[in-house]
Design a protein around this ligand. Structure first.
Ligand code: GLN
Length: 484
């Protein structure tokens, strides 16, 4: 088996047992990126020198008889939203072009501590706003299954790189679906953990009450291994949960016998059979192994998108106020301070980011707060209650991840509302702060379909249990796009 087809666990084991050196693994991935990524555009920046140095350090540790770590020698890559010491971090925006951070975010530092070899920074929608990766200031990412289609977004580069074998695993972020939707569209597995499970310290902020870090991998087991390395309490993030990190890999090995799978009517009612049928078939496959189906209802699902586009834009308008030409990246000089701010922001932000800053600023204006932001927060509470009621009768909830397979580049780019609607099944989970995974469960017209599994707060083990069991029963996650 070639190196780019091996799992995270196999790579870590092979390096630890000196079947292959970490440098050889890094070299193989760097060569493949060089050969293939021109077509995809998944990497914004490859850090060849940094990767080879990190790999050499892992090999030296092993030679000295020391423990190389949980991810020793495993080649990974990061959405360009993660702050990386000494490596340019742009968040997909012109306004941050050239910004070289002086520190590593917590998730990045933990990856390094675990021995992972960081290959580079991945393309993404500007400030993580988008569902197709077309909002990047540095060009789109293409879907490895069909180069005329989008990989999803906003972590489009993170998804495409794993799908194409250009990293063994990657980190993304998910504010309204940005891990799960691209995972679904590229045939990869991705998990957005419970809000607060992974530190947001050193992650460029979009909507702070929704943002969460998570891994992409070729299987749930690969995601489990990476999540174990990055999860856990961090005093630098006040919303970080002070809870022990369970053994997610062990959960992947548990039998689904007795697992109660909630099936929400609202998520299937308007979904085309080409998507809904494979998702139902996946649920039935788990039931044949002893899981049971429980019909549930999440009545406020339809209000999720509207509430999200008030809450997320309000928080973004405040978070993005810091890009004013004074401290980071771009500065457009002007005659006075106010016009320097204005010109810098006009030149540095793309159209979608400006749209959201304006929407969010409007929603927060004196006199409008009660009508918009406060009401959206009330809807958020109703959605959270829907889920708590549902989880009294089930352990996980299974739904489609995305209402469609990957769409064509340009297809929705001119219609923001059509783009927003693609997140109808992923957004409620963020509003409720719950963990959610997408994993492959079939194909339609040669394009991958995602099964979404949601859990109660800190219910990641139940998700890994269902996903691990399903990936033993199916081989969708082992299919690879043809690329040469
Ligand atoms: N697509 C959604 C948006 O545009 C979600 C993005 C995300 O999760 N970062 O806001």
């Amino acid at each position: 088996m070639s190196l780019h087809d091996r799992s995270v666990g196999e790579l870590a084991r092979a390096v630890r047992e000196k079947d292959v050196s970490a440098v050889e693994v890094a070299r193989a991935y760097l060569d493949r990126i060089q050969a293939i990524d021109r077509k995809l555009g998944s990497y914004y920046r490859v850090d060849e020198a940094g990767a080879l140095a990190a790999a050499a350090a892992v090999d030296q540790k092993i030679a000295r008889g020391e423990d190389p770590g949980l991810l020793g020698g495993v080649p990974v890559a990061l959405k360009d939203l993660f702050v990386t010491r000494g490596v340019e971090t742009t968040a997909g925006s012109k306004i941050l072009q050239g910004w070289v951070p002086p520190y590593d975010g917590t998730a990045v530092a933990r990856l390094k501590q675990a021995g992972a070899v960081i290959l580079g920074k991945l393309n993404m929608d500007e400030f993580a706003m988008g569902s197709s990766n077309e909002n990047s200031a540095y060009g789109p990412v293409r879907n490895p299954w069909d180069l005329s289609r989008v990989p999803g977004g906003s972590s489009g580069g993170s998804a495409a790189a794993v799908s194409a074998g250009l990293a063994a695993a990657t980190l993304g972020t998910d504010t309204g679906g940005s891990i799960r939707q691209p995972a679904a569209l590229t045939g990869t597995t991705g998990i957005k953990p419970t809000y607060g499970r992974v530190s947001r310290y050193g992650v460029v902020a979009f909507a702070s009450s929704l943002d969460q870090v998570g891994p992409f991998g070729r299987s749930a087991l690969d995601c489990a291994q990476v999540l174990e390395a990055v999860a856990g309490h961090d005093p630098n993030d006040s919303t970080s949960l002070d809870q022990p990190v369970p053994n997610y890999r062990a959960a992947c090995d548990l039998s689904p016998r007795g697992l109660r799978i909630g099936v929400p009517a609202e998520y299937f009612a308007k979904t085309a059979p080409a998507i809904a049928d494979p998702v139902r078939a996946a649920i039935e496959a788990l039931c044949r192994e002893g899981a049971t189906q429980v019909p549930i209802t999440l009545p406020h699902t339809d209000y999720g998108i509207a509430a999200y586009y008030l809450i997320a834009t309000a928080e973004a308008s405040s978070n993005l106020a810091r890009y004013d030409g004074v401290r980071y990246g771009l500065r457009v000089p002007s005659e006075n301070l106010a016009s320097m701010y204005a010109r810098t922001r006009a030149a540095g932000f793309g159209a979608e980011v400006k749209r959201r800053i304006m929407l969010g600023t409007y929603a927060l204006r004196a006199g409008y707060y009660d009508a918009y932001y406060l009401r959206a927060q009330k809807v958020r509470t109703l959605i959270r209650r829907d889920f708590s009621a549902a989880f009294e009768t089930c352990d996980v909830i299974a739904t489609p991840t995305s209402p469609t397979v990957a769409f064509k580049l340009g297809e929705k780019a001119a219609d923001p509302l059509a783009m927003y609607l693609t997140d109808v099944f992923t957004i409620p989970c963020n509003l409720a702060g719950l963990p959610g995974m997408s994993l492959p469960c079939g194909f339609s017209e040669g394009l991958p379909i995602g099964l979404q599994l949601l859990g109660p707060p800190l219910g990641e083990p139940a998700i890994f249990r269902a996903a691990g069991a399903y990936q033993k029963l199916s081989d969708w996650h082992t299919r690879r796009p043809e690329l040469s």
